[in-house]
Design a protein around this ligand. Structure first.
Ligand code: AHR
Length: 315
């Protein structure tokens, strides 16, 4: 009887040890709910996350939300059902996340926000956000417009996705930045949904309405700025000269446009967040306390700097 008990205990401890060893070797399983593929910037971010997961031996479950919050919510629910160890969420819009993040919290799955923020009553629904400071980016754009135009210019604004923190805050920063420059006027703001195609369409409409009264295009991302360049050319104006263009992101495509003289300045926004995202997620899983906002530092590049900087651009 005694011998049987000892054997049973021995068998149990071997099983526990084996389970423990297995658990340690088991790759981390992470769900990544990406917004979509609306811009060159986003493709660079997706590649950064996928390649960092590969390098770190992480089992990544990737979902493309095709710019729809409902798809992202479905993806998060599926990650929860699969019992992932952690979730990375690039939220398309700021609001509407409480129920699904509540479910992740109940399942004890840490969620890290990547590249955009959300608005929730209960901040404990996510661990932290890793993003740029979009208000700062908007202010930098405003500073450049004031300096470049001597404080007098008619601006048209191509906004990002309605309800996205990257759009609302880039607008807020720009408006704050020009508030003491009464000669800078925003003629009109319209969304181009962060895409080149819509950026072009909206710019065509602006050109029809305001023609040569437009002095500056402020686009919330490079893709919309690149679309605007096409519209400006088709309307018979010279982008970069007749109409100056400043955008946010600083992708290689925008640098090429600057080298060609068709874009004037870019405010950087770093999409290469993969390695930092996983490093942060591992800390969260280990129970470490983290800063609620891990801010990415960005800078402004002008077309004069572009030829010497373009070779080093990583996205
Ligand atoms: O959230 C970051 C923004 O989203 C980038 O500026 C833009 O290009 C992307 O679509």
């Amino acid at each position: 009887m005694k011998k049987a008990l000892v054997l049973a205990l021995l068998a149990l401890s071997v099983a526990v040890l084996a389970g423990g060893a297995f658990a340690a070797d088991k790759p981390l399983v992470v769900g990544f709910s990406q917004i979509g593929a609306e811009s060159g910037w986003r493709t660079a971010e997706t590649e950064s996350v996928i390649s960092a997961a590969k390098d770190l031996g992480i089992d990544l479950k990737f979902s493309d939300g095709q710019q729809k919050q409902e798809n992202q919510i479905k993806a998060i629910r599926s990650f929860i059902a699969q019992g992932v160890d952690g979730i990375l969420l690039a939220p398309v819009v700021e609001t509407g996340w409480e129920p699904v993040l509540g479910e992740a919290k109940k399942a004890n799955i840490p969620v890290i926000l990547l590249d955009r923020g959300i608005t929730v009553n209960d901040e404990s629904l996510y661990v932290c956000k890793i993003t740029s400071d979009f208000v700062f980016e908007g202010k930098e754009a405003a500073k450049w417009v004031i300096a470049e135009t001597g404080g007098t210019a008619n601006v048209v604004q191509l906004q990002g996705t309605p309800g996205a923190s990257a759009a609302t805050e880039r607008q807020k920063g720009f408006e704050e930045g020009i508030k003491d420059a009464p000669g800078i006027k925003i003629l009109e703001s319209q969304t181009g949904d962060f895409t080149m195609e819509l950026g072009k369409q909206v710019m065509e409409a602006f050109l029809k309405k305001y023609g040569k009264d437009i002095n500056v295009v402020y686009a919330h991302n490079d893709d919309m700025g690149l679309g605007a360049i096409q519209a400006i050319k088709e309307a018979g104006f010279k982008p970069g000269e007749d109409i100056k263009i400043i955008t946010v992101d600083a992708t290689k495509a925008a640098f090429e446009a600057m080298v060609a003289g068709e874009m004037n300045a870019v405010v950087e926004c770093n999409p290469l967040l993969g390695p930092l995202a996983f490093e942060t997620l591992k800390k969260a899983i280990a129970g470490e306390t983290l800063e609620k906002w891990i801010v990415q530092k960005d800078e402004v590049f002008t077309k004069d700097q572009a030829p010497s900087v373009i070779g080093d651009r990583k996205y």
